[in-house]
Structures are given as structure tokens and as C-alpha cells.
Design a protein around this ligand. Structure first.
Ligand SMILES: Cc1cc2nc3c(=O)[nH]c(=O)nc-3n(C[C@H](O)[C@H](O)[C@H](O)COP(=O)(O)OP(=O)(O)OC[C@H]3O[C@@H](n4cnc5c(N)ncnc54)[C@H](O)[C@@H]3O)c2cc1C
Length: 425
């Protein structure tokens, strides 16, 4: 069997559905080929800053929203333990998506536009000057003018350059009830880097932080997280640290509703080869923010622009799949965004090798930036000029241990700075 559409999207995770829905809005004929069922429940929980959904008019898609949002970075030195428990207040709402609502939001747009659904696993790709063809494992052939690979962090067809080890965020988390509240009522903690529950030798190991939220009705979600490391911290270490954190406060777990282990989030996935004749979107296309690991806000903001570029490119019937893909890549990864990505990846390299005390000081300085600056950094919504200004302001206000860490070049950092200056090399 062979079916022909304008655009065939591979994958039906958030990336696949976001771009498929945006292409439907452009009145293109869209097909989706996915190994998953359309309404299969996504495995992760998706967090986002309140402002991001408000700006998109999508606040109704949130299941939870917290106003009391804080982090704890302590003072970074034993002499100042008295200030250890002073929170850094973010004064910025944070939310968790109702992931079924988010999925339905995109699916409805696809269903209304009569998207063709195909369940199957893409196995073979052929692209010539007229058409692109995907063959599934069971032999079905699907054709389209453009193929969009949104099959996640290990894309089935996209070519992604090998730029060395990928930093991975690891987490061990539980949703449950506790002998007493482990965090304040109605509170959301982005990062709790306090570590007095660890022995001096444990403190010398790569640090981790607590990401936590009050879920209501006496349930709390606590997740011990390692920001981004290659090789990553093991789940056993993270589980042990979470238990020690609770024990140090005299708190025990009385009921586990849900246990999350084995979650691995690659942070610094390279931008794919922009000269290939298919397009990518989502985790496959390097869209995860290297500093935060977040993706959904970026999918919602960037999909309409990419879909529009594809629709315009397709108006010329003589355009080849490679030419259409090129227009899509230009819209997805314009030069300014590639330069910013190099800066973010440079920053992540630094964080990966900072010791605990340096990390705490770094984040303290980072969240002392104006709200517009740190929020714009974390959501990738600053212009390149403003991003550089914010990073420079942070460098100037950092304590000497952080300044030195930022200044000292190691590993692939020089290469990333060169990429920042010229992302085409
Ligand atoms: C632990 C963790 C926590 C995260 N937390 C957040 C968060 O709080 N906020 C946020 O914004 N982001 C978060 N992310 C990042 C990101 O939002 C998710 O990783 C997201 O699921 C990536 O979406 P995707 O559609 O690109 O890929 P995926 O969700 O991996 O979807 C890939 C799709 O492709 C299909 N597929 C795969 N291979 C084939 C094939 N050969 N043929 C056909 N179909 C195929 C799969 O069935 C699936 O439908 C988190 C990620 C992880 C891992």
C-alpha cells in the first residue's frame, strides 16, 4: 500500500503532535506514522513556567500551578550555615501540564484536519527529487513531499553529528505521603541544593538537588535530580540521597503512590545536519533546552513558524523534498538560535564540572539576575544580544570561585565558543 500526503510526521510524542497540528493549520495534508497509538499516555510529566503558557493563552492545559516557587542554594560555606535555610524566591508561577489535555489539544487539531494515522515502525527511507518514501517494518510504503522525523532522542532517520559524550539528567522520584510534610504547603521547589545530610566524602561526589512540589491532599512529589553529567549519577545514589535528605529532617515515607526511576534526559543533543533532505522536530532535532532540559514551551512557540515556512516552500510545485527541508531547517534553526544554542551548551559544560559549592554560588548569582533575564535565559526567549548581556552581568556579579570556573577553558568549551562566533563551521 502507498499513501501520498504533503507532509509525513514520524512519531506522536509532543514533538510529532506539535508539528503535525501546526502543519494542519497551514491547510496541508498531513500523515502521522507512529509506533504508538494516537492517545497512548506519554511517559513523562511536563513542567513549564506559568508565564509561558499565559503568553500562549494555554493556561487551561495546566493541571497544577504554584505561586510559592522557591529554590535553596544555601550560602555555599559552612561559616554561613545560619542562612542555609533562606529561600531564593522566584516570584514566578510554575505549572505542570495535564498531559492528556495537552495531547488532546494537538490531537483535536489533527482530527479536525483529517490527518491520516498509520500505526507502524519506520524502517527505511528513500528521498529523490520528486518524493520521499518511508517503508515500515511490516512493508507499508508511505510517500510525502516532506518527511519530518520526530522520533525522539534517538531519531530513526535524522543524521545528528557526533560531538562527544551527551550529558544526561537523571532523576529518582516519588509521589507519596510522608510522616510530616517534606516541604511547605502549596510550595514548589525548583532546586534544593542544601546538602548537610551528606558526609564530607559524599559532598565531594557530583552534586544533586531536590525538585519538589505539593500535589495537594497530603501528596507530595519529591525528585532527587542530577542536573547533567556524562557519565550520569546512578539511580541508586539518587535514591539513597533522597532517603538521607528525608531522614535528616526526621521524615519517613508512609505511602508511595508512584515511583519514577530510570528517567534519563539527554541535555546537550547536537543540532542535526541542516543539509539533509528530511526535517526533524522535537527531541530528535536538538530542541531540548541544554540548561533546563525543557522542550514543550519551545515546541509550542516554534512549530507555527516552521510549519509556515514549509507551507510557503510547498507552494512552488517544482521544489524538491531537499529544498523544502532546507526551508524548514532555516526556520527551525536560524543562525541566531544556533549561536544561542552554542552558548547554552558552553554553559552546561561549565555546570557539569562545577563542584557543589561552585554550583550553589553559580545559581545564587544566576537567580539574582532580573526576572526578565533569568526567565528569558531558561525559556530561550531573550535575543542573542540580551542573552550575552545577561551572561556578562552574571559573570561580573559572581563570586571569585564561580568567575574562575567560568573563565577556565576545558574540554570542548573552546570549540563551543568558536561555534558561538560562527555556527556554520
Ligand atoms: C525524564 C524527563 C523529564 C522531562 N521533563 C520535562 C519537563 O518537565 N518539561 C518539558 O518541557 N520537557 C520535559 N522533558 C523533555 C521532553 O519534553 C520530552 O522528552 C518529550 O517527550 C520529547 O518529545 P518528542 O516528541 O521529541 O519525543 P518522544 O516523546 O520520545 O516521542 C517519540 C515518538 O516517536 C515514536 N517512534 C519512535 N521510533 C519510531 C519509529 N521508528 N517509527 C515510528 N514511530 C517511532 C514513539 O512511539 C513516540 O511516539 C522531559 C524529558 C524526560 C526524559
Amino acid at each position: 500500500m502507498s499513501t501520498n500526503v504533503d507532509a509525513l510526521v514520524l512519531g506522536s510524542g509532543p514533538g510529532g503532535l506539535a508539528i503535525a497540528a501546526a502543519l494542519c493549520k497551514e491547510k496541508l495534508q498531513v500523515g502521522i506514522l507512529s509506533a504508538a497509538e494516537p492517545r497512548e499516555i506519554w511517559p513523562y510529566t511536563y513542567g513549564i513556567w506559568g508565564n509561558e503558557v499565559d503568553e500562549l493563552g494555554l493556561e487551561k492545559l495546566l493541571k497544577y500551578r504554584w505561586v510559592n516557587t522557591v529554590s535553596y542554594f544555601g550560602e555555599g560555606s559552612k561559616e554561613k550555615l545560619s542562612k542555609e535555610n533562606n529561600p531564593t524566591k522566584h516570584c514566578q508561577d510554575y505549572g505542570l501540564f495535564d498531559k492528556q489535555k495537552l495531547q488532546e489539544y494537538w490531537l483535536k487539531q489533527c482530527d479536525d484536519a483529517l490527518v491520516q494515522w498509520h500505526k507502524g515502525t519506520a524502517a527505511k527511507l528513500e528521498v529523490n527529487n520528486n518524493i520521499s518514501r518511508v517503508t515500515t517494518k511490516d512493508g507499508t510504503i508511505l510517500s510525502a513531499r516532506i518527511i519530518i522525523d520526530a522520533t525522539g532522542y534517538q531519531p530513526v532517520f535524522l543524521k545528528v553529528p557526533n560531538e562527544g559524550e551527551v550529558a544526561v539528567q537523571t532523576c529518582y522520584g516519588i509521589v507519596g505521603k510522608f510522616s510530616s510534610p517534606p516541604i511547605e504547603k502549596n510550595q514548589f521547589i525548583l532546586m534544593d541544593y542544601r546538602s548537610n545530610h551528606l558526609t564530607p566524602s559524599e559532598k565531594n561526589e557530583p552534586p544533586s538537588f531536590l525538585y519538589a512540589m505539593d500535589m495537594g491532599e497530603n501528596y507530595f512529589f519529591l525528585e532527587e535530580t542530577s542536573l547533567g553529567l556524562a557519565p550520569p549519577l546512578t539511580l541508586e545514589i539518587l535514591k539513597d540521597r533522597l532517603q538521607k535528605r528525608l531522614e535528616s529532617k526526621g521524615i519517613s515515607i508512609t505511602h508511595i503512590e508512584h515511583e519514577e526511576h530510570g528517567l534519563f534526559l539527554p541535555m546537550n543533543i547536537p543540532i542535526p545536519d541542516l543539509k539533509q533532505p528530511i526535517l526533524g522536530f522535537g527531541g530528535a532535532a536538538g530542541m531540548v533546552h541544554p540548561a533546563s532540559g525543557y522542550l514543550v514551551g519551545s515546541l509550542l512557540r516554534r512549530a507555527p513558524n516552521v510549519a509556515n515556512a514549509i507551507a510557503i516552500a510547498m507552494q512552488d510545485e517544482n521544489r524538491t523534498p531537499a529544498e523544502i527541508a532546507e526551508k524548514g531547517w532555516q526556520a527551525l534553526w536560524p543562525k541566531e538560535l544556533r549561536r544561542k544554542q552554542a552558548l547554552y551548551q558552553f554553559g552546561l559544560e561549565k555546570l557539569m564540572r562545577f563542584k557543589e559549592e561552585q554550583l550553589r554560588s553559580f545559581f545564587k548569582s544566576f537567580f539574582a539576575l532580573s526576572k526578565e533575564e533569568w526567565y528569558g535565559f531558561l525559556t530561550n526567549s531573550l535575543s542573542l544580544k540580551d542573552l550575552v548581556k545577561a551572561m556578562w552581568a552574571m559573570f561580573k556579579s559572581s563570586p571569585i570561585n564561580v568567575k574562575w570556573g567560568l573563565f577556565e577553558m576545558k574540554g570542548r568549551e573552546i570549540k563551543l565558543l568558536i561555534k558561538f562566533l560562527n555556527p556554520n563551521i
